[in-house]
Design a protein around this ligand. Structure first.
Ligand code: ATP
Ligand code: FE2
Length: 333
């Protein structure tokens, strides 16, 4: 009987892209550990096969480190969750297999969760925002999301690549390694002369591929200074993101904005969002950097919220590399 009242502890596995992470959190939102190991390159972009190999190599150590850091044994874990998608299939499979292995070993149920919604729910937990619009700008994804009529709905999104992948592609073109976002941010701080770039907002959606081509051409021409190009990249692309986020807030009648995803670590983007919110008399929230980037606690927390869907019928669980935010049935609200 005592077990009925137990404060459930969930161990979450993240492995959608460059990061293999293991986080441990309980139902009260107490974090016990959040350990990760990310695949980085000196030069060039992320390669799915290499990212998978990276995850294979680090997965056992990351989980062990998380348990040690938490001061817990596997038997203290009541629930296991894993990132089901969206993401790169070879990487997702490593996470699924590790999660199944742990779940079987300690005979506790397992639940697969959506990576994008995990960014959103951890933002709500960390910031105490109640009914926010989420501007989620990461490597592979760029979406403006809000909960409406029983679902997390996408009000605006990229029509091609994610904001982070776009920034990484430009970084790669100029010889920087992966990830490029924080390197471009540093260079941009030294720029000040705005160079005209395409500004591509279509309704509530954005598109980056034309801007990338334009930037590469300008860089290759040798006529522009790199600092000004990076400065202009940020000013243009972040203004686009702020515009669609503001439109979604107005459309949904919401007065809270939460940031999520790795690109949201960018101080210039944060500043622009904060100015927009101030002008609208809205609240602006940014979770700590650790929870903006991919990590295991995001996944463990959504596991807690979705514990009602956890199962030991492993053949019913699979990866979902192309799952969209609005495909997910929200049963926990
Ligand atoms: P997804 O959530 O779509 O699976 P991801 O796995 O690539 O994406 P994140 O860890 O959320 O996930 O974000 C990584 C991205 O964030 C990279 O593209 C990186 O360049 C970008 N990024 C990190 N820091 C900054 C920064 N300071 N400015 C801009 N971009 C940044
Ligand atoms: Fe992510």
């Amino acid at each position: 009987m005592a077990r009925l009242y137990k404060n459930i502890i969930c161990l979450g596995i993240e492995s959608t892209a460059h990061t293999f992470g293991c986080g441990i959190i309980d139902e009260n939102g107490k974090i016990y550990a959040n350990v990760k190991d990310s695949y980085v390159t000196e030069k060039g972009g992320i390669h799915p096969t290499e990212a998978r190999l990276h995850h294979e190599n680090v997965k056992d150590r990351v989980v062990e480190d998380a348990l040690n850091c938490a001061g817990l044994k596997l038997k203290d874990i009541d629930l296991v969750s894993f990132s089901q998608g969206p993401g790169m299939a070879p990487c997702l499979l490593v996470g699924l297999r590790k999660a199944v292995e742990i779940s079987k070993k300690i005979n506790v149920p397992l639940v697969g969760v959506n990576h994008c919604i995990a960014h959103l729910e951890i933002g709500k937990l960390m910031t105490k925002a109640r009914k926010p619009v989420l501007l989620y700008a990461s490597g592979a994804n760029t979406q403006v999301i809000a909960f409406e009529s029983g679902k997390y709905r996408i009000f605006g999104e990229t029509l091609d690549q994610g904001a982070g992948n776009f920034i990484d592609a430009f970084a790669r073109h100029i010889g920087l390694g992966f990830p490029g976002g924080s390197k471009i941010e540093k260079i941009a701080l030294k720029g000040s002369d705005y160079v005209e770039l395409p500004y591509v907002v279509k309704g509530m959606d954005v598109s980056f591929s034309g801007i990338l081509t334009n930037l590469k051409r300008k860089y290759d021409s040798g006529k522009y200074n790199l600092e000004d190009l990076c400065f202009s990249l940020q000013e243009t692309v972040f203004a686009m993101l702020v515009e669609v986020a503001e439109r979604a807030m107005a459309h949904c009648g919401k007065n809270e904005l939460v940031l999520g995803g790795g690109v949201a670590c960018n101080k210039r983007l944060q500043k622009m969002c904060s100015v927009m919110c101030k002008e609208r008399n809205a609240k602006f929230f940014v979770p700590e950097k650790e929870f903006l980037m991919d990590n295991g606690v995001n996944i463990a927390w959504l596991g807690i919220l979705q514990k009602g869907s956890a199962t030991k019928q492993y053949d019913r669980l699979d990866i979902k590399p192309y799952e969209r935010t609005d495909d997910v049935r929200v049963s926990w609200k």
